[in-house]
Design a protein around this ligand. Structure first.
Ligand SMILES: *[C@@H]1O[C@H](CO)[C@@H](O)[C@H](O)[C@H]1NC(C)=O
Ligand SMILES: *[C@@H]1O[C@H](CO)[C@@H](O)[C@H](O)[C@H]1NC(C)=O
Ligand SMILES: *[C@@H]1O[C@H](CO)[C@@H](O)[C@H](O)[C@H]1NC(C)=O
Ligand SMILES: *[C@@H]1O[C@H](CO)[C@@H](O)[C@H](O)[C@H]1NC(C)=O
Ligand SMILES: *[C@@H]1O[C@H](CO)[C@@H](O)[C@H](O)[C@H]1NC(C)=O
Ligand SMILES: *[C@@H]1O[C@H](CO)[C@@H](O)[C@H](O)[C@H]1NC(C)=O
Ligand SMILES: *[C@@H]1O[C@H](CO)[C@@H](O)[C@H](O)[C@H]1NC(C)=O
Ligand SMILES: *[C@@H]1O[C@H](CO)[C@@H](O)[C@H](O)[C@H]1NC(C)=O
Ligand SMILES: *[C@@H]1O[C@H](CO)[C@@H](O)[C@H](O)[C@H]1NC(C)=O
Ligand SMILES: *[C@@H]1O[C@H](CO)[C@@H](O)[C@H](O)[C@H]1NC(C)=O
Ligand SMILES: *[C@@H]1O[C@H](CO)[C@@H](O)[C@H](O)[C@H]1NC(C)=O
Ligand SMILES: *[C@@H]1O[C@H](CO)[C@@H](O)[C@H](O)[C@H]1NC(C)=O
Length: 408
């Protein structure tokens, strides 16, 4: 039978922080050759029912030392399996498939032991429970290459949320030698969370890790006579997704490199439509009233294959400035489109009307930006006031004591 030798080494990079354990596993075959190599940090949140008929949450990390003896290299039609066991009856496993050129992960299984009353106090159902996920841990990786991903990624399965980061993994290792690095797209230098692992249109995948600020894109709309609407901004969509009956907030950045702008310019209304990969479409509707313009409506369309969700807020009154000016705001702002969808905006500059010569006119800066100058002034004024009061109080006090001495 397939008897394996598995060497488990420690690789503790932590400096006392909680989430710094990483396990590091070589799965070897009978000839002592490595067939699977894996190193990663992982963190699991498990929900369970208690005797009180409430739901409880427990979060644990994969330790640095795990037992990989349940793993196998796979022979014939048997799929290779990476299996690590730790703690009291906890285990995590992932099997793999390949074709002539690529390999990918197949089924991910997490097993936990609710009989462990220390970890799962008051658990209603006791025993070994298994939660599986068929959504791939990673997509197609060229054979002989090592999948590497520093960015966090989350896998959601029944009652379990698993977060991984600093992942290095290769299955089907040849000649005990790890191949070239294959970086996940989330690690690419420019922040582009929309690009996760797939190349086609992607949809938000729940993440619990904070996402980098979005890159600022420069967009415009043209009509027959040239640019008639200018906009530059960084956009981040924060939306609540239903996963296993649980709401999970997910953040997704608009990547300017994959975003096309279009729209229309009218006399008293203008539309800017930003289309990122057809997966995310954000539409801004500006109105001109009297001598001021403002953002009246935002419409966000998220597409997941054939599923489409649309969220609109037509009652906004943001980004206002007088016509002939542009609106500028460096600070992060929040546009609440619905209860379940917000947009965080960064370094906004827009001019939806009266664009001259394709360039922005004088900027009318937002209140929050002015605030940042105003606050130190107010604080400074208050402090000088305080100093004057202290000095006056001191002088009065001195005069009193002086008077006191004279009477003695
Ligand atoms: C397997 O190889 C490792 C180093 O690659 C070595 O330390 C170990 O002793 C070998 N085990 C056997 C049984 O050959
Ligand atoms: C269940 O109820 C008991 C007593 O009411 C309480 O002590 C315990 O903390 C509760 N457990 C949970 C998980 O809420
Ligand atoms: C991976 O394991 C699951 C169950 O644990 C099984 O259904 C699936 O067929 C396996 N994949 C391959 C490629 O063998
Ligand atoms: C599950 O936990 C219980 C209680 O700690 C223990 O007796 C049992 O051996 C554990 N099961 C496994 C498979 O480790
Ligand atoms: C191997 O799988 C990848 C991704 O699943 C696919 O793009 C490729 O066409 C497949 N190659 C062969 C030879 O089947
Ligand atoms: C992977 O490496 C092995 C040996 O180094 C080689 O025989 C095989 O052709 C390589 N496969 C691919 C897809 O490059
Ligand atoms: C396997 O690795 C050894 C040393 O690491 C090397 O000498 C040998 O050429 C390699 N074989 C193949 C087929 O790549
Ligand atoms: C976006 O484009 C810029 C300039 O062409 C490039 O430097 C950057 O790497 C690109 N970012 C992505 C995520 O493609
Ligand atoms: C997304 O929205 C939720 C709920 O309002 C909030 O808790 C979370 O901090 C937001 N995330 C970001 C990155 O704005
Ligand atoms: C978006 O979808 C339209 C049709 O629905 C298609 O013509 C267009 O090529 C798609 N664009 C991208 C970037 O996928
Ligand atoms: C929202 O945008 C979509 C396409 O981008 C459009 O079909 C729809 O009519 C818009 N809804 C509103 C209320 O503007
Ligand atoms: C438009 O720009 C050109 C070149 O930058 C300049 O020569 C011209 O005076 C500008 N016109 C206006 C109306 O600003």
């Amino acid at each position: 039978m397939d008897r394996l030798l598995c060497c488990v080494t420690l690789s503790l990079l932590g400096l006392g922080l909680l989430q710094t354990n990483a396990f590091d596993v070589h799965v070897t075959d009978l000839a002592n050759k490595t067939c699977i190599y894996a190193s990663m940090k992982a963190n699991f949140t498990i929900q369970y029912d208690t005797n009180n008929d409430t739901r409880a949450d427990v979060t644990l990390q994969a330790p640095d030392s795990v037992n990989a003896s349940g793993s196998r290299c796979g022979e014939g039609t048997e799929a290779p399996l990476l299996m690590v066991a730790f703690g009291n009856g906890l285990s995590w496993s992932l099997n793999f498939t390949k074709n002539d050129t690529k390999y990918s992960s197949d089924v991910l299984t997490f097993t936990y032991n609710t009989s462990d009353t220390k970890l799962f106090p008051d658990a209603k159902r006791q025993g070994l429970l298994t939660s599986t996920s068929h959504s791939s841990f990673f997509g197609a990786v060229p054979l002989n290459e090592t999948y590497k991903c520093d960015h966090g990624d989350t896998v959601i399965s029944e009652n379990v949320q698993q977060l991984y980061w600093n992942v290095i993994l290769q299955a089907y290792v040849q000649n005990s030698t790890l191949g070239n690095e294959f970086r996940c797209s989330a690690d690419s230098p420019t922040p582009s969370p929309t690009a996760h692992n797939t190349t086609s249109a992607t949809t938000p995948k729940p993440t619990t890790k904070p996402v980098d600020n979005p890159a600022v894109g420069n967009y415009f709309v043209s009509n027959g006579t040239g640019k008639c609407l200018l906009a530059s901004m960084g956009l981040q969509i924060n939306t609540s997704l239903q996963v296993d009956g649980k709401n999970i907030w997910t953040v997704l950045n608009i990547d300017p490199n994959t975003t096309e702008s279009s729209g229309s310019c009218g006399n008293d209304s203008a539309i800017l439509r930003l289309n990122d990969h057809n997966a995310t479409v954000v539409e801004f509707n500006f109105l001109l009233k009297k001598n001021n313009f403002h953002l009246q409506e935002v419409n966000v369309t998220l597409r997941n294959g054939s599923a489409t969700s649309q969220t609109v807020n037509s009652n906004l009154s943001l980004w206002d400035a007088s016509v002939g000016n542009s609106y500028l705001c460096h600070k992060e702002q929040l546009i609440s489109v619905s209860e379940d969808l917000h947009i965080n905006t960064f370094s906004v500059r827009v001019q939806p009307f009266s664009v001259q010569n394709g360039t922005y006119s004088t900027a009318s800066e937002c209140y929050i930006d002015e605030d940042s100058i105003l606050i130190p002034i107010i604080v400074g004024a208050a402090l000088s006031g305080l100093i004057v009061i202290i000095v006056v109080a001191y002088l009065i006090g001195r005069r009193k004591t002086h008077v006191g001495y004279q009477t003695l």
